[in-house]
Design a protein around this ligand. Structure first.
Ligand SMILES: [Zn+2]
Ligand SMILES: [Zn+2]
Length: 161
């Protein structure tokens, strides 16, 4: 009988799960929820970046003006896509929640530009800087890819020496 739960000796028939090792090591870590300081989810299914729903935030810059940008939710990926307005990727931008306008919390400064800062999005609606991701607010900066906040703190403290 196909799909029988038990084999002919009456043992439970557990299907063998095959893991594709290559695929596992290559698998991308993708965020499916990140939150503003007020607990709004910033991941937008309407704005895909690199094939996944992106982190959508409002930007404001002296040169760039105001608009909406979606950042890749894939760890280590610096891709972004501008949804509304135009931005200068070399300018440090004020990044805020598109739902409530609250600016993202700043973790540290980034060495790429005197005005650049690493901002955080929280992994849970209740804000905790240790359960967060961080990225630089200059989108041309290699640090604009999302990394864990703990890793960002370590990298930034190492870069001072
Ligand atoms: Zn918000
Ligand atoms: Zn930077």
């Amino acid at each position: 009988m196909p799909g029988n739960m038990f084999d002919d000796k009456g043992r439970l028939n557990i299907p063998e799960v095959k893991y594709d090792k290559k695929k596992t090591t290559k698998a991308e870590i993708v965020l499916n929820a990140v939150y503003c300081p007020q607990g709004h989810n910033l991941i937008s299914v309407d704005n895909e970046v690199s094939g996944f729903p992106g982190i959508t935030v409002r930007f404001n810059g002296r040169k760039s003006g105001s608009g909406l940008v979606s950042l890749s939710a894939v760890f280590g990926d610096t891709s972004h896509s501008v949804i509304e307005g135009n931005l200068d990727p070399d300018e440090p931008l004020d990044l805020s929640c598109p739902h409530c306008g609250t600016e993202l919390d700043v973790l540290a400064s980034c060495p790429c530009n005197p005005d650049a800062v690493t901002v955080m999005c929280y992994l849970y609606p209740k804000k905790d800087p240790h359960q967060a991701i961080a990225f630089c607010n200059v989108l041309s900066c290699p640090n604009s890819a999302v990394i864990r906040s703990g890793e960002a703190m370590r990298l930034l403290s190492e870069s001072r020496y």
